[in-house]
Design a protein around this ligand. Structure first.
Ligand code: URA
Length: 435
């Protein structure tokens, strides 16, 4: 077996054997296969695609290329969730404590934000002292004792995916469904979850432009889960606007606290109940897979304050200042808050999430390179969402900025992100693909 034969076989439309895929992945990680051959192989896969069996073999080769977490160690089977990158997506901050408050252990490995997409780790680091660099031993011990843990991604988790993803990024091979599905699922499998809810976004700013493409990607990932012995459900959700009313790290933590206190915006509340409901279903906590059953339990945990208490506990367990959860006004705040009125009468038809993400990136809420620092205080708050009515001059959104000039640019960009209509149209709810 050698790399050239494997590249040629895929180039000519052949089907690779498990051993050939394993050979290529481990050879690349061991630096026995150079970048130029790996790049050629990725491009052949991009053009020819992969069968379900090949995609599963690639996922497992990536997942086992480094350390694999026994995240269920002593805590019972865990459930996890993954979002394929949405602007203003603070679902993890809400759903993790909510599901843990229902007695289901949750262990999550989250990333930092890159480009317009925010990362859960960055958001939580808005809280003074919160640590996300847990060792595997700390991760497992906290899960066992407290049933909830959230850590940043260690370099040892699916390292082959990290290397191949960096190469895909510079060779035009990111948007291959087989490569994306195996990349996403390899990290979930390596992190040990038995049940996984995937939130696959489509539309402006998402990896998948249309619902059809998102559905196809979701089916591939559900199949990978089946092959790897994990229960997977995929939710397809529209990104016709940012999720919830805020974009920006500390602003999103505040909104998560409000939502856990039962005072969140309707779209975010509903989205979190859908994701958490499926997590409970996968964990076997619903009668006859009945989601209404899950919903009642989740609503009860929100109303009683237990879910918010679990977020506070998570913060304190990982070195954070729990007082900031009790007093969210003490989280980082930007010196400039610029309120922007509606430029016309009408109904909000869309808020281009990608434009909003770019504007917040320019304000300093995100980073273009992995090593760059971010400003936790800045971002945007939306007073009107898709389907809402506004009269000219009424509050539309606010920009939170560090400098006046930054605020000017963001106001212009976000104003242009709005589209208007004379009728109210609400975005569609999520579609579920059950595994
Ligand atoms: N997220 C990932 O982890 N991998 C991809 O290929 C795309 C999105």
């Amino acid at each position: 077996m050698n790399a050239i034969e494997i590249i040629e076989k895929k180039r000519d439309g052949g089907t690779l054997a498990d051993a050939e895929i394993q050979f290529f992945v481990s050879g690349y990680v061991a630096q026995e296969i150079p970048d130029y051959q790996a790049a050629a192989w990725l491009m052949a896969i991009y053009i020819r695609g992969m069968s379900a069996e090949e995609t599963l073999a690639l996922t497992l080769a990536l997942a086992t290329s480094g350390e694999t977490m026994e995240s269920s160690a002593g805590a019972g089977p865990t459930v996890d969730k993954h979002s394929s990158g949405g602007i203003g997506d603070k679902t993890t901050l809400i759903v993790l404590p909510l599901v843990a408050a229902c007695g289901v252990p949750v262990a999550k490995v989250s990333g930092r934000g890159l480009s317009t997409f925010g990362g859960t780790v960055d958001k939580l680091e808005s809280v003074r002292g919160f640590r996300t660099d847990l060792s595997s031993a700390e991760f497992e011990a906290q899960l066992r004792e407290h049933g909830i843990v959230l850590s940043g991604q260690s370099a040892d988790l699916a390292p082959a995916d990290g290397l191949l993803y960096a190469l895909r990024d510079v060779t035009g091979t990111v948007p291959s469904k087989a490569l994306m599905a195996s990349s996403i699922m390899s990290k979930k499998i390596a992190a040990g979850a038995r049940g996984i809810v995937l939130d696959v976004k489509y539309g402006s700013g998402a990896f998948m432009p249309s619902i059809e493409e998102a559905r196809e990607l979701a089916h591939i990932m559900v199949e990978i889960g089946r092959g790897a012995g994990r229960r997977v459900t995929a939710l397809l959700s529209d990104t016709n606007q940012p999720l919830g009313r805020t974009v920006g790290n500390a602003l999103e933590v505040r909104e998560a606290i409000e939502t856990l206190g039962g005072r969140g915006p309707r779209d975010l509340h509903e989205h979190c109940l859908a994701v958490a409901g499926h997590m409970l279903r996968l964990a076997g906590r619903t009668r006859d897979d009945d989601l209404a059953d899950a919903r009642a339990l989740l609503e009860e945990r929100l109303a009683s304050g237990e879910a918010l208490a679990v977020l506070r506990k998570l913060i304190v367990l990982q070195g954070g200042d729990g007082g900031q959860i009790d007093r969210p006004e003490t989280l980082p705040r930007a010196p400039i808050v610029r309120e922007v009125p509606a430029p016309r009468d009408g109904y909000v038809a869309g808020i281009d999430a990608l434009r909003v993400g770019r504007a917040c990136l320019e304000l300093g809420a995100g980073r273009m390179r992995k090593s760059e620092p971010i400003d936790h205080a800045v971002g945007a708050v939306f007073h009107r969402q898709v389907g809402d009515e506004a009269a000219r001059g009424e509050a539309l959104f606010a920009v939170h900025a560090r400098q006046e000039a930054d605020a000017d640019t963001a106001v212009e960009e976000i104003t242009a992100a709005f589209s208007w209509s004379d009728r109210s149209r609400r975005p569609p709810g999520p579609e579920a693909i059950l595994g």
